[in-house]
Design a protein around this ligand. Structure first.
Ligand code: FES
Length: 174
């Protein structure tokens, strides 16, 4: 009963850099590679994705499906089944504060607190008018410019609470 060796080199064909250049996809690649792109690593990979992005939007789910060679329906089904995963928030705008170690020690918790105060919501919630969703992530791959906040998909570095507040106030004024 000799099982065939499965130590073949992973052909990481799907691990090309994401066209957006968003380094969080690189983190995701590294995670998938660590699990040798095995489909049964789906939960772990989704978990990592949620940590990196703050939530799981379709683009991310598609990327994972391709990487693990799973049907998108399977990835989507799993992401929606478990409560610990959240899909793209409902707000017209999304603000993701990185609470990873590098950002945290540089004060991202203060940024988060001020944003929660200004918006009157907690992390993971959306304002009652549906304008802004506030999310937390753990390391978005931008430690060099910590503390980092992602406003509508654009990473902004060296964020002081006032800077982040200015941005969300612009949204509130819309
Ligand atoms: S800890 Fe925030 S980008 Fe790495």
């Amino acid at each position: 009963m000799q099982s065939p060796t499965t130590t073949k080199q992973s052909k990481a064909a799907s691990a090309k850099e994401h066209p957006s250049g968003d380094r969080r996809f690189k983190t995701l690649d590294m995670t998938m590679k660590r699990y040798q792109y095995k489909p049964d690593a789906l939960i772990e990979v989704l978990h990592k994705a949620q940590e990196s992005f703050g939530y799981l939007e379709e683009d991310v789910l598609t990327y994972i499906a391709r990487g693990l060679k799973l049907p998108l329906s399977k990835v989507y089904g799993t992401a929606t089944f478990y409560h610990l995963f959240s899909l793209k928030p409902n707000g017209a705008h999304t603000c993701v504060v990185c609470l990873g170690t590098a950002c945290y020690v540089k004060g991202s918790n203060k940024v988060a607190e001020e944003l929660e105060k200004e918006l009157g919501i907690k992390m993971g919630e959306t304002t009652a008018d549906g304008q802004i969703s506030l999310m937390a992530a753990r390391c978005i791959g931008a430690c060099g410019i910590a503390p980092a906040v992602v406003f509508d998909g654009t990473v902004a570095g060296k964020q002081e609470p006032e800077m982040a507040l200015t941005k969300v106030k612009e949204w509130e004024a819309e």
